[in-house]
Design a protein around this ligand. Structure first.
Ligand code: ACM
Ligand code: ZN
Length: 528
């Protein structure tokens, strides 16, 4: 040891510490299931490389050529054809539904997917390699498939509103990380953001608030005095749903009930217990103004709204919120109390359980399934509901042990509106908390449950609440690079390798730069 110089020691320790990735290993996030890369030889993709489309896979081909056109900076997309040599894409039902196999040889790059989505994910892997390696794709073989079938990210468009183009950009980022669900939080106390033709007041009155809180609302000057609002027309929603579907992203719409409904109550005061006049809320948090669960007119309203939602969104899962519903109004409401008596309900929690179960029945009768935040467990959940576990993992474990399907999204580490570093230096104002890249990467969505319960964990989701995120650029900086860690949990839970993630992330950073996406530098600077 004595004979080794200081520099040699440092070099040696670096060799030991650095992940063992050779130049011939693939730097892809999320990590593919199996890779076998030849010692030498590359297939070089250029703007002239042909996409050979078999099995009518024109949609994934078009998406790929569009992306490549942007990266190559060319005017014309890469040519597509039904035969010849190039990047050939086709289907084989023996391959898992969202999986793919890719063979890269001197002759061609062959991608075989289990479904169109599998082909799309194979092309996403290929895109990362092309963009970060000057078009050179090493000879070899990749076989890949996801761990979870539900790979979600949520977007709150209420606390701040995002344009159609912003939402499309968000979808692009999700799809590039192989996510397949956008949980779209469309209604809340601070605004109603989806056109409902049966109740035009919801958007005419409910989409605008008088002003927006400044900071956490603790400073002397609390509000900005600027009216704020926006909503999506049904035509815009159809356009976004179609855009997402072409990227194999299903949009799960969320219509909040019976809490988080003050914007609806402003528009339609008869939905409240005391028919009280309320403003679209200008605070963040939890308001006591909730829908009356006693009056039949509330149920009629909810079904009418959902009928239009079902026409707009083909998703099997429909999110009904269910979280954070104070029961103060119900306790003193003659309609709510009468309903409890008539239905033999012991308390207001059970009244919420009754409302949720009734709405679930309506959704099932219309060929859909219900998903709700984990408060739907409090009033006695049915056997068929899917539970989104956010207050922790306990609700999710409880539901999965009972046999309910579950999406794990515990706020630690899945709330992406939390700070990314402990010091918070340079991060701007956020709600609080601390979810670093490392914390997200270390998440075990199957911890603490039996093997039977594990089968009911259908997926994992990150959530983007927008109280402190007024622009899509800010949203992106909260999303990236943490979404890469999330995508590896969702797609590759049991093959995560902390030894290689940092090196792969350095390569993914080049991909982010090429795509022009906003991301924070903290992880790359070693700040946790
Ligand atoms: C939630 O954060 N209220 C689901
Ligand atoms: Zn009531």
């Amino acid at each position: 040891m004595k004979n080794l110089s200081r520099i040699a020691l440092v070099a040696l320790s670096l060799i030991v510490m650095l992940p063992a990735l050779s130049a011939r290993e693939l730097h892809v996030v999320p990590q593919p299931a199996y890779t076998d890369i030849a010692a030498e030889g590359d297939y070089t993709v250029t703007p002239k490389t042909r996409i050979v489309v078999v099995d009518n896979l024109w949609n994934p081909a078009e998406r790929f050529t569009e992306d490549m056109q942007r990266h190559f900076g060319t005017e014309k997309p890469m040519p597509t054809a039904k035969n010849g040599k190039g990047i050939k894409i086709r289907l084989d039902s023996c391959i898992p539904a969202e999986g793919y196999e890719m063979t890269i040889s001197e002759d061609e790059i062959l991608i075989i997917g289990g479904t169109e989505a599998g082909v799309y994910y194979g092309l996403q892997t290929l895109r990362q390699i092309i963009v970060t390696n000057d078009g050179k794709v090493p000879y070899g073989f990749i076989a890949d498939e996801p761990t979870f079938s539900y790979r979600g990210a949520h977007l709150d468009v209420v606390r701040h509103f995002f344009s159609v183009d912003d939402v499309k950009r968000y979808i692009d980022i999700l799809a590039s990380h192989k996510l397949n669900r956008l949980h779209w939080h469309l209604t809340d106390d601070q605004g109603w953001r989806i056109e409902i033709k049966a109740y035009p007041e919801l958007t005419e009155k409910g989409s605008m608030r008088k002003e927006t809180l400044i900071g956490h609302g603790l400073e002397p000057k609390w509000w900005d005095g600027e009216p704020y609002g926006g909503y999506y027309t049904q035509e815009e929603i159809r356009d976004i749903v179609d855009y997402a579907a072409k990227r194999y992203v299903t949009i799960v719409p969320e219509i909040e009930m019976p809490g988080h409904s003050q914007a609806a109550l402003h528009a339609l005061p008869w939905l409240g217990c005391q028919e009280q006049e309320v403003d679209v809320w200008t605070m963040w948090g939890v308001t006591p103004e909730v829908l009356c669960a006693g009056k039949e007119t509330t149920y009629e309203y909810l079904e009418n709204v959902l009928k239009e939602v079902l026409e707009l969104f083909p998703s099997e899962l429909i999110h009904i919120g269910g979280d954070e519903c104070p029961k103060d109004r119900w306790k003193v409401c003659e309609h709510c109390q009468a309903k409890m008596k008539a239905e033999g309900l012991d308390n207001e929690e059970q009244l919420q359980g009754y409302l949720v179960a009734r709405i679930e029945k309506f959704l099932i009768a219309n060929g859909r399934r219900m998903i709700g935040w984990d408060e739907i467990l409090d009033g006695g959940v049915t056997e068929t509901a899917t539970v989104m576990s956010w207050r922790g993992i306990e609700g999710g474990i409880y539901a999965a042990e009972r046999g309910n399907d579950v999406v794990m999204t515990p706020m630690n580490p899945c709330y992406f509106d939390f700070y990314q570093t402990k010091s918070r230096e340079g991060e701007g104002l956020h709600i609080g908390g601390h979810n670093s890249f490392e914390k997200v990467y270390a998440m075990d969505p199957l911890a603490g449950m039996s093997d039977d319960a594990k089968k009911h964990i259908i997926g994992v989701q990150c959530n983007m609440w927008s109280e402190y995120l007024p622009t899509m650029a800010r949203v992106e900086k909260m999303l990236l690079p943490r979404l890469a860690a999330m995508s590896e949990v969702q797609w590759a839970t049991d093959r995560r390798n902390p030894a290689t993630i940092r090196t792969r992330m350095e390569t993914l950073r080049k991909f982010y730069d090429a795509c022009g996406w906003n991301y924070t530098p903290y992880y790359f600077e070693g700040r946790e």
